[in-house]
Design a protein around this ligand. Structure first.
Ligand code: PMP
Length: 450
């Protein structure tokens, strides 16, 4: 059979999927979600140890959210984003109260859009408020960071496997190495490694010409790119460097916002604030698609002007600030607060990591177990001393074995030979010990099978 003659299961074009592997297969269709559990059309149940794409923080099947959505949809399903309604204003107020500093919230629909928005805000802000002779447009981001699939956010992304075939990207982007403590130079302590990466960032700004650099865009901790926990001195150090050179700092909290890392917001872990923040996944836990770009007051003020001055932010998103999504988001963040889900995530994440270390800490294929809150990465290697990444084929066996054991397991997929092959575990923040034990058992079975 030629590839062209292969029988596809349906007409759905799935993301990051080689459809030839689906030939002759009928993929299970999920029909229900409850807590951390998904059920398929044959009645098989799986624990989703990835919470969708680390999105469903409050867990599946929340009837109270569905009720809010239904009510809002009947009342007023959609409103042009320039107009004002209660859910949108209330949600913006709630977010700024939760963040604890004065800010304005610009809503869009996806993490990619939220980052595009942040990049555009940073550029326009400098254009309107910069010093004479400056031309700040460059965005510095980091290798292994992920920021989205649209042209600007994709260009900012530092993962070659996400860009192959789609380049050249947008102009004006520069990448630097992030701290990667597991693969640091053996003579350096973790803190020294953090300092080394800070020096690299500072040197990059100097060599690019600080007067051309608009912003540093980074996840406080690189998540999907391999769960790279930064040294304690790093995030604060980035803030200091940005301040020294008049560069704005944008935190992509698309993953780390709303409890994933054990605190409500990722930046609080490192005691450092950005000028602009982006949020998406946990913002409505996937019950509706919504994202937010939150700009602190000094950024917002930089867009104030007389009517004819054209200083306002000139972007519009048809579905940004969707009334139903905002009503749902509001309910979602109330649940996260009321049930103190970041704390449960921290407890369960600590429990998970200690159980995995007990069961697999000495296994020859396990390079490192690391993470924060309820986001854990297990770096898989075929040789512990050389730190050789485990091959794609063996990782496939591992994740397939986990699925056969009822656990949907994540991993960062490298379509080019990876430097960093990492299992990703981030269940909904409502997970309990018994469910965590099941995840541990399935990972153990998978590691032993590959
Ligand atoms: N930033 C980060 C850190 C992400 O993990 C993602 C999504 N994986 C995005 C941005 C892009 O979000 P979206 O897929 O909603 O466009």
């Amino acid at each position: 059979m030629t590839i062209q003659n292969m029988q596809m299961p349906d007409h759905l074009w799935r993301p990051i999927t080689q459809h030839s592997t689906l030939s002759g297969i009928t993929p299970p269709r999920m029909v229900k979600g409850e807590g951390v559990w998904l059920t398929d059309d044959k009645g098989n149940r799986f624990i989703d140890s990835l919470a969708g794409l680390w999105t469903v923080n409050v867990g599946y099947g929340r009837k109270e959210i569905a009720a809010v959505a239904a009510e809002q949809m009947e009342q007023l399903a959609y409103l042009a984003p320039m107009m004002t309604s209660d859910p949108v204003v209330d949600f913006a107020e709630k977010l700024q109260t939760m963040l604890g500093f004065e800010a304005h919230v610009y809503f869009s629909v996806s993490g990619s859009e939220a980052n595009e928005t942040a990049i555009k805000m940073a550029r326009q802000y400098h254009l309107q408020n910069g010093k004479q002779g400056e031309n700040r447009f460059k965005i510095i981001s980091r290798y292994r960071g992920y920021h989205g699939n649209t042209l600007g956010a994709m260009t900012a992304t530092g993962q070659a496997e996400r860009k192959m075939g789609y380049e050249p990207g947008a102009p004006g982007f520069v990448h630097v190495m992030p701290p990667y403590p597991y693969r640091r130079h053996e003579k350096l302590t973790v803190e020294e490694h953090g300092a080394e990466m800070l020096t690299l960032l500072e040197e990059t700004i100097i060599h690019e010409g600080a007067q051309t650099v608009a912003a540093v865009l980074m996840e406080p901790m690189i998540t999907g790119g391999g769960v790279l926990v930064p040294p304690d001195n790093y995030v604060k150090g980035v803030r200091e460097i940005c301040d020294r050179y008049g560069v704005l700092l944008i935190f992509d909290e698309v993953v780390s916002g709303f409890g994933r890392l054990g605190q409500m917001f990722g930046h609080r872990i490192w005691g450092t604030e950005a000028d602009i923040f982006t949020f998406a996944k946990g913002l409505a836990s996937g019950y509706m698609p919504i994202a937010a770009t939150v700009a602190k007051k000094h950024i917002f003020d930089g867009f104030l002007g007389e009517p004819g001055e054209m200083k306002h932010f000139r972007q519009v998103n048809t579905f940004g600030g969707h009334t139903v999504a905002c009503a749902v988001g509001l309910k979602n963040v109330q649940i996260i607060e009321d049930e103190d889900l970041p704390a449960n995530g921290q407890r369960m994440g600590d429990y998970f990591r200690s159980r995995i270390r007990e069961e697999l800490g000495d296994h020859p294929l396990v390079g490192e177990v690391r993470g924060m809150g309820l986001l854990t990465g297990i770096e898989m290697v075929s040789d512990r001393s050389a730190k050789t990444p485990l091959s794609e084929d063996r990782l496939n066996v591992l994740t397939r074995t986990a699925i056969a054991n009822g656990i949907i397991l994540g991993r960062n997929s490298n379509t080019i030979p990876g430097r960093c092959n990492v299992l990703l575990i981030a269940p909904p923040l409502v997970v309990n010990e018994e469910e965590t034990d099941r995840i541990v058992a399935a990972i153990k079975a998978g590691v032993e099978a590959c």
